[in-house]
Design a protein. Sequence first.
Length: 235
Amino acid sequence: MLAYKQLEDRLAGPLRLGRRPVAVAFRDSPPPGVAKFTGAVPSGCSFWRIAAEGRTFYTVPSDHFNCPVGSYTHNVALPEDRAAELTQALGLMGEIGYIRMEDIPGVFRLPSTPAAVIYAPLGDSPVDPDVVLFSGRPASVMLLEEAARRAGVAAQLPMLGRPTCMAVPAALAQGTLASAGCIGNRTYTELGDDELYVAVPGKDLERIAGEVETIVGANQKLAEYHRERRELLTR
């Protein structure tokens, strides 16, 4: 397993991250030595906030039942007595003009239901993550995206929007990508109005970290270049 503490340190400083990156891993059984989540949250992305705050834990499918949209993107079937909640949520979103029903088939989903989902701050991850979620201001997101492109692992997709949770299966399927977030995610995670997400497949993380130093240095030199041009060419 990679030294994830060192990887987090290599990324957090140059990218000026205000929150810890969150490692997400899908497994067929709970990992030994990792505590199960206890309690209840209103959304699947609430687990991102808890992990970013420093906790390491795993969830089982029933922990995700309160979030019908998140359950859909993570291929978790709601129990029979709650199955209507997804239809109700989508009906409300369609009625108020938030989505169109024809948008739904384009939402990314996990290919199968995970028996356990492990969440942790990247540096504390007890297993190799499948996806790592970064949140930060646009300038930080820009650097991470540029490093992914330099590494050749960026998804050929536009920035994703609603629902934010589909960024996880989308990254698994397509590569590193940015997400603008959605109002539900911003409410449940307290993501700032000036922050965005980048989702990185775990298998590509080390390659991207290897390019961050080059990209950060290049941007610093280009900033000087553009400032000089602005002064010279502005009348």
